[in-house]
Design a protein around this ligand. Structure first.
Ligand SMILES: [Zn+2]
Ligand SMILES: [Zn+2]
Length: 413
């Protein structure tokens, strides 16, 4: 196999889809794989996905497209009860471990402002988190694995997971049994602030646990000029917001970290009336399950006691999102070897305070999640977010190599 793909891509590609039914012809009949041809195909696939993004749980055309790409290569698609998402297996001839490779496929409700010739054709929807990149990269890895199927010592399961942005996808995939009998899972997320050719790998916590809260503070409305006739929820909410900030500054061990952010406050309708209720909403981010629980317990106590001090009642709705994403040490070391083999520069990344539902998989089986350098001037979820397409084939090769390393390891015992 030629590994000479570290050059910059030049020229244009004949694979830009004109409409959403355009299919890319993936059959080549070449073995070994021509990586230069593959790279062009993957860029075409990514551009197609980029033009037709779909929101969480609505990835119907994306699902069909992925299935067709896999079917054209003769890759076996697994049954699923999920309406969107694609799961497939590539089994080698000899026995060995089962390794899952995971990508996410959904897009965001954002109006694209990249000015790219292959910008989104779905108004108000955009692949602004690079999940088109993830999907194309995993398809590339799948094609490489399929071409080398005979020599695989074990089985690869491909997880094209829906609904990452809504936070619900990974749990559904697990419920659907797609992780059953899988020994380990590998995933990655593009990272705009890491240059192409570089990968961030870290043992332990890499991404935060995400909790969401809403507090409704119930008081008693009154005329603004007669405050003694009511219980003012605006004054109570103000005290509560300030008091919540002391959870991080006064309760959490300063050597640990946590975030408590109130992002929304709603209350009152005019200048001369004290309202009945005020609602605040926000998020908590932590990197450790114990700290996570400690923040929640303090939050509930502070909300109840501050409210009570002002004769108010606090009704707290707590919604737990993904747990902290913690990478397994042994698997991360194998993945590190794979990254070196793929000629990537490995860095020790700063953990991200964003969350990832990949963390749910890691609650069940060990694995490793990487930050993959894709360059770019804008962060995730920005309307001008882009990725450098030369990273796609690198990510495919990295996933391929990681899967092989894990199959060749004795991790099944
Ligand atoms: Zn995102
Ligand atoms: Zn994302």
């Amino acid at each position: 196999m030629s590994l000479d793909y570290w050059r910059n891509i030049e020229g244009t590609y004949p694979f830009q889809a004109e409409n959403e039914n355009d299919m890319l012809k993936l059959k080549e009949g070449h073995n070994p794989v021509n990586l230069s041809t593959l790279e062009k195909q993957l860029i075409g696939i990514r551009r197609h996905l980029h033009q037709y993004p779909e929101l969480s749980k609505e990835e119907f055309k994306t699902t069909d497209f992925i299935k067709k790409c896999l079917a054209e290569k003769g890759i076996q698609i697994r049954p699923t009860s999920l309406k969107t998402g694609v799961f497939a297996d590539i089994a080698g001839e000899s026995e060995g471990p089962s390794i899952a490779l995971r990508a996410v496929i959904d897009a965001l409700p954002i109006e694209e402002k990249t000015g790219l010739p292959y910008a989104s054709k779905h108004k108000g929807i955009m692949h602004a988190c690079g999940h088109d990149f993830h999907t194309a990269a995993l398809l590339g890895a799948a094609f490489l694995l399929k071409e080398n199927q005979d020599s695989l010592k074990g089985k690869i399961r491909l997880l094209f997971q829906p609904a990452e942005e809504s936070g619900a996808g990974a749990a559904k995939v697990i419920e659907d049994g797609q992780l059953d009998s899988i020994d380990a899972v590998i995933g990655l997320h593009n990272k705009p602030d890491i240059p192409v050719g570089t990968i961030g790998l870290k043992t332990g916590p890499l991404m935060a646990a995400v909790d969401r809260f809403k507090v409704e503070i119930q008081g008693k409305g009154a005329h603004a000029a007669l405050p003694h006739n009511g219980f003012d929820p605006i004054v109570g909410a103000s005290q509560l917001i300030v008091a919540l900030q002391t959870i991080v500054s006064r309760n959490i061990n300063p050597l640990n970290s946590a975030i408590v952010t109130v992002g929304k406050i709603n209350g009152g309708s005019t200048w001369n009336v004290i309202p009945d209720t005020v609602a605040i909403e926000g998020t908590v981010r932590t990197f450790d399950s114990e700290v996570r629980n400690q923040v929640k317990q303090r939050f509930l106590a502070v909300a109840a006691q501050i409210s009570s001090a002002f004769s108010l009642k606090a009704n707290v709705k707590w919604q737990s999102g993904p747990p902290p994403l913690c990478n397994d040490e042994a698997i991360t070391e194998l993945v590190r070897d794979a990254a070196h083999k793929a000629r990537l520069q490995v860095i020790d990344p700063d953990p991200s305070t964003a969350g990832e539902d990949f963390a749910y998989y890691l609650e069940h089986i060990p694995g490793s999640f990487a930050f993959f350098g894709t360059g770019g001037d804008h962060d995730w979820h920005h309307p001008a977010f882009t990725i450098d397409e030369t990273a796609i084939i690198k990510a495919s090769y990295f996933l391929y190599e990681s899967a092989r390393r894990l199959l060749d390891s004795s991790m099944q015992e």
